[in-house]
Design a protein around this ligand. Sequence first.
Ligand SMILES: Nc1ncnc2c1ncn2[C@@H]1O[C@H](COP(=O)(O)OP(=O)(O)OP(=O)(O)O)[C@@H](O)[C@H]1O
Ligand SMILES: [Mg+2]
Length: 244
Amino acid sequence: MINIENVNVSYLEGRAALKQISFRVSDGETVGIIGSNGAGKSTLLKAMMGILLPSEGCIEINGIRMSKSNIRKIRENVGVVFQNPEDQLFMSDVYDDIAFGPRNMGMEEAEIKNKIADTLKALGIEKLIHQNSSRLSGGEQRLAAIATVMVMEPKVVLFDEPTSFLDPKARRKLIELLKAYSVTKLIATHDLDMALELCDRVIILKDGRVFTEGSAKELLSDQVMMEASDLELPFCLQQNKSPI
Ligand SMILES: Nc1ncnc2c1ncn2[C@@H]1O[C@H](COP(=O)(O)OP(=O)(O)OP(=O)(O)O)[C@@H](O)[C@H]1O
Ligand SMILES: [Mg+2]
């Protein structure tokens, strides 16, 4: 269970990027965080990871209330897949990148090896195990980045623009993997067709505030609400428009 209450976050003194954000997410839900550029989606995910601390309000994840002293505990429960896989992959091979988190927790190498094999299999990327992360394609890098999170078995996973930079086939593969990945998921995205397909619920941010929230199917097909949120309908619901 995630409980966010009246959260304010500022990067610069006096200029709040998140204002009075409140919402709840139940265990096992998939929730889309949507909104135009600069609405506050990435800031919200950073606050939920303890990368940015709120100046006001409270963030509680699985009964743990976020504070400076228990960020480590929060991170045992929450994983984040960053928008840019290069922020997540920094070792010289994929195995070491995925092993980084478990090694940090003091896990035995034999157990790490087994966990990595299982994770790569679940993602269908066994062949990448000893490749150089920086030489993978964008789609392969995204899956390797997801593997670094999945191997830690977090209960909640935050995704920032998971389909960006992916071609249609890689995007489809990722959507199917996310469907099968049964953790609590928060997905910040401009890919409203993906949100429609994957999310139970969406939270729409506008100018750092929760503008509205509700069923993904209902909200994403409500043209008046989408336009008021500075968004458009998903492509699949737009008439006479091609996706490009
Ligand atoms: N490092 C930073 N320093 C100062 N202001 C920032 C910083 N990062 C973001 N902001 C500001 O915070 C606000 C929210 O930005 P954020 O990146 O959370 O938006 P977003 O919804 O993720 O946008 P996008 O769709 O472009 O990814 C914006 O006004 C942005 O200019
Ligand atoms: Mg962003």
